[in-house]
Ligand binder design. Sequence first.
Ligand SMILES: *Cc1c(COP(=O)(O)O)cnc(C)c1O
Length: 245
Amino acid sequence: MSELKPGLPERLEAVRAALRAEEARAGRPAGDVRLIAVGKTFPVSACELAYQCGQRDFGENYVQEGVEKVEAFRASHPQDPGVWHFIGPIQSNKTRAVAEHFDWVHSVDRLKIAARLAAQRPAGMPPLNVLIEVNIDGEPTKSGVTPSEAEALAAEIVLMPGLRLRGLMAIPAPASSSEERREPLHAMKRLFDRLRMRFPTMDTLSMGMSADMTEAVDEGATMVRIGSAVFGPRDYSHACRAEAG
Ligand SMILES: *Cc1c(COP(=O)(O)O)cnc(C)c1O
């Protein structure tokens, strides 16, 4: 996504068009890839505008900010509040808020967090859809399990009532060439194909952001998480201070 259009509706439309074009180029059916609009640091009004343009899947990184948006949408659109994806790091003292508000969690990377989410998912809600986050390029400071740990964690998660194992998520390191971007995406697809033979509920591969969306679709992503290309550049200067500390 090289050029940012001025308004959110225009940007969202441009991202949708790019996604459809990439699906076609990759020989995949139109609509095969789900677009998650990542609104972190943007106000609920920005998500509302995207909603008015037909967007229904939203991704959030920060628990407090995400919970506020989910609650606003449950109040303003009680029949159709959208589908809310938690995609950020999860501390164990925040699992209850995540379990009570979100439909999906993309960032499960340890047993303790999975067990808490399962125990805290309210009985009246459908199971929480879970993706295991994989640190595919082995960056030392990044969250996510190693590819070899993913299978053991998956085997535990499928036993937990309250959770439904849907697949894998990755945030590959930024890379300057398309070739370099493809490598971890391709490794994720191979891991995904191998694990889903053992765990048939796995149908989702979440990878691809504004900078690598086209390569991710080509390599088999079923969800892309797009922030700046939809909402515009982020300003972190006064966002989410309460959670940073
Ligand atoms: C911020 C974020 C995104 C979206 O990033 P953009 O580069 O703005 O598209 C996607 N996934 C995760 C986990 C993020 O934190």
